[in-house]
Design a protein around this ligand. Structure first.
Ligand code: NDP
Length: 458
């Protein structure tokens, strides 16, 4: 039997070993999901929405246990695990409120005996391959609207958030989703690859650009619909008219929350020359105040990295930056303790010759670059293959909008950052992805339109 060992990233200790799938198991699971789909689709929309409402109640009931479980395997500080679960409730509420009207057939034309209607049919069987960093958010962005729309779902949590994924499956089943309608698939990357090679009707992936590219290539060959939510190198520009300390506190949180492991974490900061020194002083002070430690302690703000392999990526980025002239203003190295700990790190004197300003760090590391004006900031913000989010801090909304209109990113922030709203589409450009989740569009993403041309006799 195949197994997967779940490790605590804060200690390196084994938490549990769970049965894992083989490629043959994946084939059998896809067949079960295929067989179950017609009956699930025939259930009324109200009934499917009711089941997701029951799922919401279970999440609310089990919040504390779920938060502790996620913290144990992902290393996310407990308060932040709780925040994610509270956020999940809000996202489910959005889908509960919006799905019926979004999925209702829409009459778009009527003249004489002719009527035209757009209807929304489910895709069928959907593969949902998920990342570990926000296991509740990135999973539910897909499986909640997919199930409501009448799809069956094969859900592969990241191997680093497997217990959370299995707990989500238990909650959905308890709520009334049949076991063949939502099926967890357990394993590492090779099992994800086995799933994407199956005859499914849609592959919805959240993860890195490198894996997303492989998935897009495989889906292209079989002409399967594919949606990719990938990484980012999200910039923020701090203009000269803001309160430097307030902007520093907000952007430090945007960079270091979830130990920097957010797709929309602030990954690089450009600061107007006129307030650069003030901003940097405040930023470094802010970072110095972060509580680093045991993620099960409510006071902890920075926990371990989830994946040990990322420590080497950060080591390399920092070594490269130092070699090219960067100055380490805080942190700069791993912490000497068990677990995957890296000190919150601030790099100054950085520029775009350095990997740390161009490639995703996905950890507690930030580079701060001085710029002379808005035009230089805009040009640097666009100097990337990624296009997930971008932010501007200024008192002047028109100034921010002018700049952000020219930045090629799916989300634009004025005086905020590292923020996702269920009401707005979440999409990346370039290496940040293809397609979208959330918002009304993120419900329709799990459907295919049927165009009805209806002529009544006489
Ligand atoms: P990975 O790309 O490593 O993994 C994502 C998922 O794909 C995991 O379930 C993984 O399994 C699986 N997988 C790995 N190889 C394959 C393959 N060949 N075929 C199919 N599936 C495979 O990303 P991470 O989980 O490390 O997530 C971090 C990345 O996700 C960051 O780049 C981050 O920015 C991005 N992200 C983007 C978001 C967005 O909304 N745009 C939101 C959250 C994260 P396993 O883990 O078991 O190897």
């Amino acid at each position: 039997m195949s197994t997967l060992t779940i490790t605590n990233p804060a200690t390196g200790a084994t938490i549990r070993t769970v049965p894992a799938d083989t490629p043959d198991d994946v084939t059998a699971k896809v067949a079960r999901a295929r067989a179950a789909q017609p009956a699930w689709r025939r259930r009324s929309l109200d009934e499917r929405i009711g089941i997701i409402r029951a799922f919401r109640e279970i999440i609310e009931r089990d919040k504390a246990t779920l938060a502790a479980l996620t913290t144990s395997e992902v290393g996310k500080p407990l308060g932040q695990s709780k925040n994610e679960l509270n956020g999940l409730l809000g996202r489910i509420d959005f889908f509960l409120a919006e799905s019926a009207k979004t999925l209702a057939p829409e009459q778009v034309f009527s003249e004489g005996t002719m009527v035209e209607v757009i209807d929304h049919e489910p895709l069928g069987v959907v593969a949902n391959i998920s990342a570990w960093n926000y296991p509740y958010f990135v999973g539910s962005n897909v499986f909640v609207p997919a199930l409501i729309a009448g799809n069956t779902v094969l859900y592969k949590p990241s191997e680093f958030a497997t217990l959370t994924g299995l707990a989500l499956a238990d909650a959905l089943h308890e709520a009334g989703v049949p076991k063949d309608v939502f099926i967890p698939v357990v394993g590492g990357g090779e099992i994800g690859a086995a799933l994407t090679s199956q005859p499914v009707d849609g592959v919805f992936f959240t993860g890195s650009y490198a894996t997303g590219k492989k998935i897009a290539d495989a889906a292209g060959k079989s002409m399967t619909r594919v949606q990719l939510e990938l990484g980012g190198k999200d910039p923020v520009y701090v203009a000269d008219d803001v309160d430097a300390a307030a902007a520093a506190a907000a952007t430090a949180d945007g960079a270091f929350y979830n130990t920097g492991q957010s797709c929309c974490a602030v990954e690089r900061i450009y600061v107007h020359d006129a307030i650069y020194d003030q901003f940097v002083d405040a930023f470094v002070r802010e970072v110095g105040g972060f509580v680093v430690g045991d993620p099960t302690d409510e006071k902890t703000y920075i926990g371990p990295l989830t994946r040990a392999a990322q420590l080497a990526v950060l080591d390399e980025q920092i070594a490269d930056a130092k070699k090219r002239g960067a100055k380490v203003a805080a942190g700069g190295q791993r912490l000497d303790r068990p677990g995957n700990y890296f000190a919150p790190t601030v790099l100054l004197n950085v520029d775009h010759s350095m990997a740390v300003m161009r490639e995703e760090s996905f950890g507690p590391v930030i580079g701060i670059q001085r710029v002379k004006d808005d035009a230089e900031a805009a040009s640097l913000m666009n100097d990337t293959q990624y296009g997930l989010t971008a932010g501007v801090y200024t008192k002047d909304r028109a100034r921010a909008e002018k700049l952000l209109r020219d930045v090629d990113a799916g989300s634009a922030y004025w005086n905020c950052c590292d923020r996702v709203s269920p009401r707005l589409p979440w999409s990346g450009r370039g290496h940040s992805g293809l397609g979208l989740t959330l918002s009304r569009y993120g419900i329709l993403a799990f459907t295919k339109p049927k165009a009805w041309h209806l002529r009544s006799p006489g």
